[in-house]
Design a binder for this molecule. Structure first.
Ligand code: ATP
Ligand code: MG
Length: 571
């Protein structure tokens, strides 16, 4: 099972008809009472990093609502800060949205496309006496702004004439002034209890090259100004954003009220996704990438969509997770076990079981004929009978997992140990007779067993039972591979609460195993293919590191479902 990002331009049928969260209720009501004839949402990433699972929540919400209500959702790059933005991010974001199964059709926009119109809006604001050029230094501006408990003070530049302001703004635009020497500010209310309303900046000087507009501009609009106006220009009906913008809503509305805009979108805030054992902030993720603490944005340990995709998460499970967590108005943190549960649940239904030995130990079956090879039938997916069966070769020398053998077994160890009998999956019962050790290290290098030919298929005619079943691979037929075991990137539940989140990194988040032994069918595995390695977890052929004939497997997720247990306990 594999999937390319382009495989699903239009989403799969059967997208769950999501329940009615408070945003969908607003949208439904607006359509019913005629406030809107059709719905138009947007997903507005700033191209300053790769998208993470929090963005997936926002994408599923915005594109999901558009789809469910027969509307459209725009993809708009909020590219108003030329210093931090990059074309690599623009491309990765499009790939990620597409991979999730959403389609913006021809509705791909950039805030930078509106720079001329935004500039005109700024002039309109000045002409209406609602904006002024202010020369206070950053420090002075801060002092004048006041605090949560004290009102701010008016800037001495606040009472300038409209003509003067137009002239100064013109100078800013022409590059005649240095960065940081002045800004265009909205003239609102320095005594407002909402600090966002105390004459916020509208335009600043930035003599920086922009990845789309080049050197055309040396002034750039501030987010709050550009964002709402871009929404209005595009005819957005519902501008859905995260809770931290709640305090910005009065400003969002103020700009739209002052200016002659084609429409007035409604801003609606919802709680952002937080996830345990993870940070979801592009700034922090960028730090990990820049400092080489992970292997790029798509490192399979990263909570980015690109990382999850490379690790082997499916789009269906990612979307299912976003639907299940719901949309609420209060911030909370979701247990990462729930995400892993969604992944496991999806893979369990879909992927083939195979046998792979990650840490091999040689087993020689002394009473098995030297040259004999038997083809043994194995079930591909017990959850899906239509997946059929395959043949797996069995022979005298096999590999089992090192941890499936103990020379001196602790109590309740039911796997292989001297004198004990176990079942080899689909094959025979074997009994351990003796071990061979390395003369120097004393390490067990080979286990010698006998098999009972009457137990072929895994049952004894005399009815005797064994307490464990081991997976195995025939040594002569095994395919070799590297397998990468991933653990949580962070060792603590809430890395954001640490003084330095980097101190919370899990030093054991990656274990690379060389010389793993896989059943021969896996020699043909293609990048992106997923499997369940019996008793070991779900694995995916890495798309970057695999070479022809030398596959590298990523562990997608282990088999143990902590979330299912948590849910059970809850009931
Ligand atoms: P970050 O905090 O990671 O830098 P951001 O909000 O600055 O994210 P944007 O590119 O501005 O990143 O986000 C695009 C959209 O995704 C915004 O509408 C934002 O509200 C939403 N979004 C970002 N993070 C989350 C999250 N954790 N949960 C839900 N939505 C999110
Ligand atoms: Mg942002």
């Amino acid at each position: 099972m594999s999937d390319s990002p382009k495989a699903e331009a239009t989403p799969a049928a059967g997208t769950p008809a999501t329940g009615t969260d408070f945003i969908r209720q607003i949208v439904a009501a607006d359509l019913k009472n005629g406030k809107h004839q059709s719905v138009c949402t947007r997903f507005p990433p700033e191209p300053n990093g790769y998208l993470h699972i929090g963005h997936a929540k926002s994408i599923c919400l915005n594109f999901g609502i558009a789809r469910e209500f027969g509307g459209v959702c725009h993809l708009r790059f909020d590219d108003t800060n030329p210093v931090k933005e990059d074309i690599e991010y623009v491309e990765s974001i499009q790939e990620d949205v597409r991979w999730l199964g959403f389609d913006w059709a021809d509705k791909l926009f950039y805030a930078s496309d509106y720079f001329d119109r935004l500039d005109e809006f700024a002039v309109e604001l000045i002409q209406k006496g609602k904006a002024y050029v202010c020369h206070l230094t950053a420090e002075e501006t801060r002092a004048y702004r006041g605090t949560l408990t004290e009102p701010g003070r008016n800037s001495p530049y606040r009472s300038r004439s409209i003509e003067e302001n137009l002239e100064w703004f013109e100078k800013m635009r022409r590059g005649e002034l240095e960065e940081g020497t002045c800004v265009l500010r909205a003239k609102i209310d320095m005594a407002s209890p909402n600090i966002n309303m105390r004459d916020p900046a509208v335009y600043r000087i930035k003599k920086a090259h922009h990845h789309r507009t080049g050197d055309k501009w040396c002034i750039y609009p501030m987010y709050d100004f550009a964002h709402g106006l871009s929404d209005a220009i595009e005819g957005i009906t519902h501008s859905i954003c995260t809770l931290e913008f709640e305090d910005h809503r009065p400003l969002y509305d103020w700009f739209l009220d002052q200016l002659d805009v084609p429409c007035h979108p409604q801003q609606i805030e919802f709680a952002r996704l937080n996830l345990t054992y993870t940070v979801l902030s592009k700034r922090k993720l960028l730090e990990l990438v820049r400092d080489g603490l992970v292997d790029g944005w798509d490192d399979p340990r990263m909570p980015t969509i690109a990382g999850y995709r490379r690790r082997g998460y499916t789009r269906e499970s990612t979307r299912n997770f976003c639907d299940r967590i719901g949309v609420a108005k209060a911030n909370s943190t979701v247990d990462v076990n729930m995400l892993e549960h969604c992944v496991r649940e999806d893979l369990n239904k879909r992927v083939a079981r195979v046998m792979a030995v990650l840490k091999p130990l040689r087993v020689v079956i002394d009473n098995y004929p030297d040259e004999r090879v038997e083809e043994i039938e194995a079930i591909n997916n017990p959850e899906d009978p239509s997946a059929g069966t395959r043949m797996v070769p069995f022979s005298k020398v096999l590999f089992i997992e090192q941890d499936d053998f103990r020379e001196t077994p602790p109590p309740k160890y039911f796997r292989l140990s001297p004198g004990k009998e176990v079942r080899l999956r689909y094959a025979y019962f074997i009994t351990c007779q003796r071990v061979v050790k390395d003369a120097q290290t004393g390490e067990v290098t080979e286990v010698h067993c006998t098999y009972d030919p009457a137990t072929r298929g895994g049952n004894a005619p005399d009815g005797r039972k064994v307490k464990s079943t081991l997976h195995w691979v025939s040594a002569a037929h095994a395919a070799g591979a590297e397998v990468r075991l991933y653990d949580r990137l962070f060792a603590v539940e809430y890395p954001d609460r640490e003084d330095d989140f980097r101190n919370a990194l899990n030093p054991d988040s990656l274990e690379v195993l060389q010389g793993c032994k896989l059943e021969p069918s896996l020699a043909a595995a293609q990048p992106g293919d997923r499997f369940q390695f019996e008793r070991r977890g779900y694995f995916c052929v890495d798309t970057k590191l695999s070479k022809l004939g030398a596959p590298v497997f990523n562990r997608i997720v282990g088999l143990k479902d902590t979330w299912a247990k948590i849910e059970k306990r809850g009931r």
